[in-house]
Design a protein. Sequence first.
Lengths: 388, 250
Amino acid sequence: MAPFEAPDFYAIDDLLSEEERLTRDTVRSWVTDRFMPLIEEAYREGRFPRALIPEMGELGVLGGNLDYGDFPRMSSVAYGLVMQELERGDSGLRSFVSVQGALVMYPIWRYGSDEQKARWLPAMHAGKAVGCFGLTEPDHGSDPGGMETKAVRDGSGFVLNGAKMWITNGDLCDVAVVWGKLDGVVRGFLVERGTKGFSTREQKRKHSLRASVTSELVLQDVHLPASAMLPLAQGLGGPLSCLTQARYGIAWGVVGSAMAVYDEVRTYGATRVQFGKPIAGFQLYQAKLATMLTEITKAQLMNLRLGRLKDAGKMTPQQVSMAKRNACHWALEIARIGRDMLGANGITDEYQTMRHMCNLESVKTYEGTHDIHTLILGHAITGLDAFR
Amino acid sequence: MDVVVLVKRVPDTETKVRVAADGKSVDPSGVQWIMAPYDEIAVEKALQLRDAAGGGAVTVVSAGPAETSKELRTALAMGADKALLLVAPQGAGDAAATAKALADGLKGVPFDLVLCGKQATDDDDAAVGPMVAAHLGVPCVAFVTSIEVAGRTATVKREIDGEVEVLEVDLPAVLTAQKGLAEPRLPGLKGIMAAKKKPLEERPLAAAPSPTETRALSLPPGRAACVKVPATAEGARQLLKALREERGVL
Ligand SMILES: Cc1cc2nc3c(=O)[nH]c(=O)nc-3n(C[C@H](O)[C@H](O)[C@H](O)COP(=O)(O)OP(=O)(O)OC[C@H]3O[C@@H](n4cnc5c(N)ncnc54)[C@H](O)[C@@H]3O)c2cc1C
């Protein structure tokens, strides 16, 4: 495989700090050296290369943006660049890190007790414990507020019942953040593996995100102590604030996929000869490359600005919706166009474009579908709620 | 144990190098810059020696353009303690000028050992290390694959054609790193954030004249087109003929 050459048409590199560049370069070489040799086989076999989890811990990418203990506390832009580089490898890799950091460590950090933080954050940062985030249910996806998972008080603790579906890292997890209603109010619970009544079952046979574990969580009369509840999260705002963090990472991540695809088809077009010349010399081929590079550059600039706003404490969830929606739409579009540009070769795993294309179908759907983000933006623009 | 490591900023070995319009320098557009890979090995070894000795400092030193702070910052992120950049906007010149600049820059920096890569991967001179040693008036062993320090002596190994040469050298000394000396670590994010706070001193480098001057730079000629012959006896005959008559190989 030709070495990855990242497109940076607007010299956005100049807008990054030295440590942001260093962080990106470090993760980029790690993905090239350690992840790329494994991914095609893992994808074919439908498994996450879990042997790499401790290495990611050593790198410091797991929840490395959180202000806790001796964590690296990287900037939001550095964090975004990490996501971009991981997803340049595979969306499954980025999903693992997103869930661990933004959907599990983040709520524990923001809403958890000191004991919960001390128990989980260092271990999860080091890659010694894995978490998952259970919000979606079989009958409640885009509308999580309708969730049926329910907690009732039992002495000083709780009993939890319900089922969650499409849960990334479910079968890998040591702890699940499960969202359920207590007295009609959404609350978060830390459910540890091994707790009686709690089981996970992997959802196999996926056409997408095959190098990522997706599972059902089953909660049947799960008895939890009072200390299992996240004390500071009350209402749907709790899980939604986690989604804002994860969506921010996705907006950056999928640009990595798009960059991988663009790099692959650009190189391919320069060497593949038809009608006596390289196909990159034909206008139609060039038009596609021009569109790809333009959309990648636009998304890179949006992400950078969003990251600076986030660090300044000024980022809004609606801005994140715009970035997630736009970046996922274009990354998928670029991958679809790219697949076509590779001809028959493009359907084999000699090339990564179709793997990215298949992955991006999931990424477009999870963390708020394209349509849902459209409605969020529509609401922000008009003040009128079009959800129901 | 105080170790100085000399490092150079070079184009990534996987970068497609293009000649600039002046015909004698590398076109910087689209070039990814990295710390020269053998220098990276030297940094790793320096960190290991410092840690094994249980104290001391690793100082990384470079002569080059201001952007070299990124490569020095990388070394700091790996675990080096401080950095010194001798800023030469147009580069430090040829190997002789660079070696002189580095040796002068080391005045006042304490060291038991100076390490550097056996060669930089851009001009491949393999000369700076030995020349620095000459300026400093200390012994030099080049292309080492192993270093063990005991007191004021280092036992070093070099590999030559499958043989291993074992040498003892008095410290301070200059040793240049060959592949196999150490496996460079990736700087973790913690290291990167910590590096921000480590001292990186920049000093302007008075432009010293280079004894040599680059007149022209050109890319090697492209590879000749591949000739295919059928896998038959006739094909073998064609191949032999081509090798004998056209290429003069046999
Ligand atoms: C691989 C993968 C991993 C996942 N990981 C997790 C995880 O770790 N944790 C977790 O909790 N969840 C996870 N999910 C679930 C994901 O968040 C949901 O699939 C997503 O929110 C969409 O819900 P749904 O699948 O039920 O689709 P639905 O909500 O049924 O949507 C179906 C279609 O209807 C459209 N639609 C819905 N409502 C409206 C409306 N009001 N107006 C217009 N159109 C509408 C949608 O846009 C979509 O096109 C994962 C999903 C996948 C595929």
